[in-house]
Design a binder for this molecule. Structure first.
Ligand SMILES: *Cc1c(COP(=O)(O)O)cnc(C)c1O
Length: 376
């Protein structure tokens, strides 16, 4: 059978994990955490990189850092993972969804401005499938209305927009190292990057249970104490050690995924040309990271039949997000601004094909053959 995903694994993780396990400090911000964080600061060109237990936690930290208050409004797409909304709803914010663009499944930058009210505090663009949102217009709107931009770059590691790494363009960016993402820190993990220096000090405090322990470790204060609200947002060093084994091979992982992605794209292009399916669009100024290979069929009914067909050929393809505004918690915490032209319609047509680091050509071929067979 062809699984949907295999967690990335390079073989180098073992030695680093054992070395972390035997070190005198296996809690947060140990040697491997420092190594990973320095690597991200260099690679992403951000002011500060802080590993977190998950992207969910990174987003929660961002919500605390921009001081979201009850009644504040946060603009984002409805076609996203629950954590994008939850991190802000937890602080009492109202989530305001706007429609997506069908070509990239990203928030439609042209619909954001009309959704802004005096209560709007931030915009949260989600870089779906590691393909960038239109960040220039989004940053321009945010500047004109004095809003914060928190990039949900959970899927966007190693992808760029006009040459700039995703996550490094807004005030902050959040990444995921869950086993389904391109790089993992052993199943669960995340990263908050800070691009606006105003947030750096407080980010360290919030992450360390509201204490100035980070400053204490750097010898900046004599003892550490409770200075602000906060929580426990540090992963242990063993997770960072696992991740380090992948960061060293980050180019390999990226190239390998892109090769699989391109193999799918070329093989399925005839189906797209004849109008049977729609393939993803990668805008000219975006370099993606092959986080996902998806295609869109005619409608929900055809998708259900295609998923059934895949099952009979032992191929595990999956659909993706059910839009948050139509989920059970949707009406309680959110509203949809404007018309839902594409969010529901296009999410119902989308199927993600199996893709992972190290997927064999013959495995890809089986998925392609099964797809072609369905449409034959
Ligand atoms: C995976 C994902 C998250 C959550 O990441 P975790 O590390 O599992 O918390 C958030 N947003 C998006 C868009 C994601 O794809």
């Amino acid at each position: 059978m062809i699984p949907f995903n295999k967690p990335p694994y390079t073989g180098n993780e073992d030695q680093y994990v054992i070395s972390a396990m035997r070190s005198p400090k296996i809690s947060g911000d140990g040697e491997f955490s420092k190594r990973c964080q320095a690597w991200f600061e260099e690679t992403l060109g951000c002011k500060k990189a802080l590993l977190t237990p998950s992207c969910t936690h990174a987003l929660e930290m961002a919500a605390l850092l921009i001081d979201v208050q009850a009644g504040d409004e946060i603009i984002m797409p409805s076609y996203t993972f629950v954590s994008t909304a939850n991190a802000f709803a937890l602080r009492g914010a109202k989530i305001v969804f706007v429609d997506i663009r069908p070509d990239t499944m990203n928030i439609d930058e042209n619909l954001i401005e009309a959704a802004i009210t005096p209560k709007t505090k931030a915009i949260v663009p989600v870089h779906y499938a590691g393909v960038a949102c239109e960040m220039d217009p989004i940053m321009d709107i945010a500047a004109r209305h004095q809003l914060f931009v928190i990039e949900d770059a959970a899927q966007g590691m190693m992808a760029t927009y006009k040459g700039r790494p995703l996550g490094s363009i807004g005030h902050m960016g959040a990444f995921s190292f869950h086993e389904t993402k391109n790089y993992t820190s052993g199943g669960e993990g995340g990263l908050l990057i800070i691009n606006d220096e105003r947030f750096t000090n407080r980010a360290e405090i919030i992450r360390e249970k509201g204490t100035n322990r980070s400053q204490f470790f750097r010898g900046m204060v004599d003892k550490y104490s409770w200075v602000d609200i906060g929580s426990s947002y540090l992963p242990c060093d063993i997770q960072a050690a696992f991740l380090w084994g992948q960061l060293e091979k980050s180019d390999d992982i990226n190239k390998n995924r892109l090769q699989t992605w391109l193999g799918y794209y070329e093989a399925l292009l005839p189906l797209a040309s004849s109008g049977r399916i729609t393939l993803p669009t990668i805008p000219d100024d975006c370099i993606h990271n092959a986080h996902m290979f998806y295609l869109k069929v005619r409608d929900l009914d055809e998708r259900t039949r295609l998923l059934e067909h895949f099952k009979t050929s032992d191929v595990y393809a999956v659909f993706h997000y059910v839009p948050l505004h139509s989920a059970v918690a949707g009406p309680k915490f959110s509203r949809f601004h404007g018309k839902d032209r594409y969010t529901t319609n296009d999410s119902e047509r989308l199927i993600r094909l199996p893709i992972w680091y190290g997927m064999l050509e013959r495995e890809r071929k089986r998925v392609i053959d099964s797809t072609l067979e369905f449409f034959a």
